[in-house]
Ligand binder design. Structure first.
Ligand SMILES: Nc1ncnc2c1ncn2[C@@H]1O[C@H](COP(=O)(O)OP(=O)(O)OP(=O)(O)O)[C@@H](O)[C@H]1O
Length: 346
């Protein structure tokens, strides 16, 4: 990536002496939509705040569009941030809210109005220009907040959980619209979420953050198919990937990858990789079953006491208390070092 839209190099940040970002390296290509994914408290918002200049770094450099902005004031970085709360001014109309970012920068009023209208058009809220935020639904507020970010034509868009206040249906709709908007604008975007589905659907690449450190950066496919650590493996996918000692009670069928037999390994496999009626399988008991439409998730305990989740067609689900024979095949198995949690097998 010779000329990234955004680059963090060795960036650390702290709140009152407590380090919350540890030497983060992250490059976002021009026109790329990068999703920062992680649990609450991982430091996702802090990454955005450091890029926007709302929080100082304690080490490292931030570059935007090839320019080192590490010491720059927020107003000179040419980034737009969309907050989870939308942060609209209640006493201003939608048009004024959108134009706000421009007017404080001495753009002539008529020009600001026209650009606000064009931005509203782009995100589908041109019919709402005369309303106040209190007269808008959550989805409409979201559009206005996006239009306000858009109108400034920033080098980088920073989106901090912008969909999390919307109901499920609207979130799915806005997710698709956001992706389409990104593609239309060719914008460089960093989108923060704790929702792994949102990340998988939306991202060009995902950066998984844990305790202020990057665990893995990769395409949604790479994150899903070759998780670099047990943390990534379990954070992405629902229900989470099963993890067991490699020399434990469940012996996958077929040939194991070389070296696995040496011990000190853990095996991981997703619920969809498990079969429950294998003649040579491991004995297990069904503790409970959750039905989600066509799928059912069977929560099992192996005879040796280890929990395993299996996905089965709802029509063929076992009953609670049933005895089953669990099997999984090596090609469906991920292998991790037990100590470090890092991926072992390719
Ligand atoms: N203003 C602050 N003062 C002190 N500590 C803070 C402050 N803001 C955040 N922190 C701490 O920094 C860490 C990272 O917070 P951050 O908000 O970046 O996480 P996050 O991944 O965005 O979490 P969430 O998904 O809950 O918003 C957390 O441990 C948090 O408690």
């Amino acid at each position: 990536m010779s000329d990234p839209g955004l680059a963090l190099a060795g960036v650390s940040a702290a709140y009152r002496g407590a380090t919350v970002l540890h030497e983060v390296d992250l490059a976002v290509a021009r026109g790329e939509l990068l999703v920062v994914l992680g649990p609450s408290g991982a430091g996702k918002s802090t990454v955005l705040r450091v890029v926007a200049g709302l929080e100082p770094v304690t080490a490292g450099r931030v570059r935007i569009a090839g320019r080192d902005v590490t010491g720059e004031r927020p107003g000179r970085r040419n980034v737009s941030m969309v907050f989870q709360s939308y942060a609209l001014f209640p006493h201003l109309s939608v048009a004024e809210n959108i134009a706000f970012g421009l007017e404080v920068r001495d753009t002539p009023r008529a020009v600001a109005r026209e650009r606000a209208r064009a931005a509203a058009e782009t995100v589908g809220c041109a019919g709402l220009l005369d309303r106040r935020p209190a007269q808008l639904s959550g989805g409409e507020r979201q559009r206005v907040a996006l239009a306000r970010a858009l109108v400034r034509e920033p080098d980088v868009f920073l989106l901090d959980e912008p969909l999390s206040n919307l109901d499920q249906a609207l979130r799915v709709q806005m997710r698709a619209e956001l992706r389409a908007l990104h593609d239309r604008l060719g914008a460089t975007m960093v989108h923060v979420t704790h929702d792994q589905t949102e990340a998988l659907v939306l991202a060009d690449r995902i950066a998984v953050l844990r305790d202020g450190r990057i665990e893995q950066v990769g395409t949604p496919d790479e994150i899903w198919r070759t998780p670099a650590t047990t943390f990534v493996a379990r954070f992405v996918g629902s229900p989470a990937m099963n993890l067991l000692p490699a020399d434990g009670p469940l012996r996958p069928g077929g040939d194991p990858p070389p070296g696995v037999e040496a011990g000190g390994m853990r095996i991981g496999f997703r619920p969809e990789a498990v079969t429950l009626d294998a003649a040579d399988g491991t004995d297990a008991t069904v503790d409970r079953v959750e039905v989600v439409g066509e799928d059912a998730y069977a929560y099992l305990t192996l005879a040796a006491g280890h929990p395993v989740v299996a996905r089965v067609p709802a029509a063929r689900r076992p009953g609670r208390g049933a005895a089953v024979r669990v099997a999984v095949h090596w090609p469906d198995v991920h292998v991790f070092h037990a100590d470090s949690g890092r991926r072992y097998a390719p």
